[in-house]
Design a protein around this ligand. Sequence first.
Ligand SMILES: Cc1ncc(C[n+]2csc(CCOP(=O)(O)OP(=O)(O)O)c2C)c(N)n1
Ligand SMILES: [Mg+2]
Length: 394
Amino acid sequence: MYDPSALDATRIHSPEFITESALQIPIYAVLREDGSPYPDAGDPDVAEEVVVAMHDAAVFTRLLDERMLGAQRQGRLPFYLTCTGEEAATVGSAAGLEAEDMIWPQYREQGALRYRGFTAEQFMHQLFATDMDLGKGRQMPVHYGSRELHYMTVSSPLATQIPQAAGYAYGQKLDGAGRCSICYFGEGAASEGDFHAALNMAAVIRCPAIFFCRNNGYAISTPVSEQYAGDGVAARGVGYGVRSIRVDGNDFLAVYLATREARRQAVSEGVPVLIEAMTYRLGAHSTSDDPSGYRSRKEEEAWQRFDPIARIRAYMESRGWWDAERDEALRQRYRDEILAAMKAAEKLPKPPLERLVEDVYAAVPWHLAEQLEAVKRHVDAHPEAYPNTAGRAG
Ligand SMILES: Cc1ncc(C[n+]2csc(CCOP(=O)(O)OP(=O)(O)O)c2C)c(N)n1
Ligand SMILES: [Mg+2]
């Protein structure tokens, strides 16, 4: 740490400003677009099992997203949010952690959850709010959480997870069990005050937290050119005294190796690290959004070339770890599994309506009891709109 208030701080004698472009952080990349390693990257130090497992989770996630987008369009699901194009960023980073490190998601990290082992059935219980949903069916789709998999429940208000992750990571350090936290957020969320408070706090009190920014070019319809004027998000880490790196977010190996190294430093030195993964949101923000109103087909097509899954597949094939036959078999298995899990979840009972008002107060207060009765009368009046819902007005 350099203390600018120190009496012996360096002095200059003409008014020279550091320019806003002084810091231009390069991008760490291992694989080229065609899946071959950059010569300077050497022989990538990533085991075959890890590469195959990352690809597996990414393929599942891509297929899940495609099917659920379709389900929303068919009116079977009220809302969905894909992570298409960003699988390397979330799966690759999850693979660089230990299974008991805590994950603090934003909402587009289903790939990390899948890497940890969340099943097709568990995804469907949450999406279709069945009686078996770990979140008791109270949340809108994609708000996953799993205590068993150390995956904190998604919360809609942007950036709340960032200071929470810093505080939790501090607790992990005090525990002394050698664990850390990874906190995901978009470049849009990095404009919230919470981001700045979290980074400063984490740097000052030295929290083993990996702040992982998915810079996917957009915050809904706002492109990065209208979000910030500096050198992206990684440069902000430097300002707070947090060691920072920018990686090619569509390169599984670069993301994995950067996160593995960030984890090593975070845990062994007890410090925060910032990773900015440069990627592109190939899909819409959510099923409530239509990107044709604010970006061109041409731009989207240009990014298709950088598809992370195609890139890692080409790498796997070049090493003899994968082939077209295995690829098709995997895809068919996951398509079948996802479809079967969806059909089963659609038929399962919804949680009892009483669950809506439980778990906050020791006894249900009168105003919530009144509201519950009103909900029951409403459900009674429109049973066709609430299939599988038990709990009629009593
Ligand atoms: C505090 C708050 N403000 C606004 C919103 C509405 N909102 C939801 S997602 C989003 C964009 C976030 O963009 P980014 O962080 O880049 O993540 P991305 O969607 O690109 O993955 C906004 C503005 C919100 N959920 N919470
Ligand atoms: Mg974004």
